[in-house]
Design a protein around this ligand. Structure first.
Ligand SMILES: O=C(O)CCC(=O)C(=O)O
Length: 192
């Protein structure tokens, strides 16, 4: 029987979701800072995705799967990085990479696990909501019934670590309105 009440999805272990992580003033500040940054089209295996990105701290090259030091993380993001790190008991310097992504209307991010050098992933949603999805990484476990799909609100924070990071893939369905995300990632010890 269908429930009259919305049922909270059961998130994979290691996934944390914090709605209203930013207040409206903090979001406006970040929108202004993002507007100062030149974003470029994301290229994966020779194909141009519709989303645009800019990365700082480290650059992961998706063509040869290598990592190299990148442009320094702009100081204007320090307050937000401090707030995220306090929330999950890390030091701001633990976040080695900051990625800004712009999703034009109708754009997606396909099923993936994040690049191997990175460990803990923190994602802040800006300007609009989206539908976030998880599915098992192991092919044999994949199927329609194994997809966990739920809304991620603008101004929220999510954290992906542990099993959610290693045993699950994530994706974002076509966005209805322009969305920005700020992704912070820590680097695994073996890559430092
Ligand atoms: O936009 C997001 O929140 C997800 C970003 C992501 O999964 C990625 O850049 O690998």
């Amino acid at each position: 029987m269908d429930s009259l009440f919305p049922v909270e999805p059961i998130f994979p272990e290691g996934f944390l979701y914090i709605p209203d992580f930013l207040d409206e003033k903090e979001e406006q500040f970040l929108i202004k800072e993002i507007s100062k940054i030149k974003l470029h089209n994301f290229i994966f295996q020779g194909f141009e995705a519709r989303r645009k990105v800019a990365s700082f701290g480290y650059d992961f090259n998706f063509e040869n799967r290598s990592i190299s030091p990148g442009n320094p993380i702009p100081t204007s993001f320090e307050g937000m990085i401090r707030k995220v790190s306090q929330t999950i008991n890390l030091e701001p310097k633990d976040f080695s990479e900051l990625l800004i992504t712009e999703y034009p209307v109708g754009s997606v991010i396909n099923w993936h696990r994040d690049a191997p050098p990175f460990e803990i992933i923190a994602g802040i949603s800006i300007l609009s909501d989206c539908i976030f999805r998880f599915r098992p990484h192991e092919k044999a476990k994949q199927g329609r019934s194994s997809i966990i799909s739920f809304p991620i609100k603008r101004r929220s924070l999510y954290i992906i670590q542990d099993t959610a990071r290693t045993e699950w893939q994530h994706s974002i369905s076509a966005v209805k309105d322009v969305r920005y995300s700020i992704t912070l990632r820590t680097l695994k010890k073996s890559y430092r």
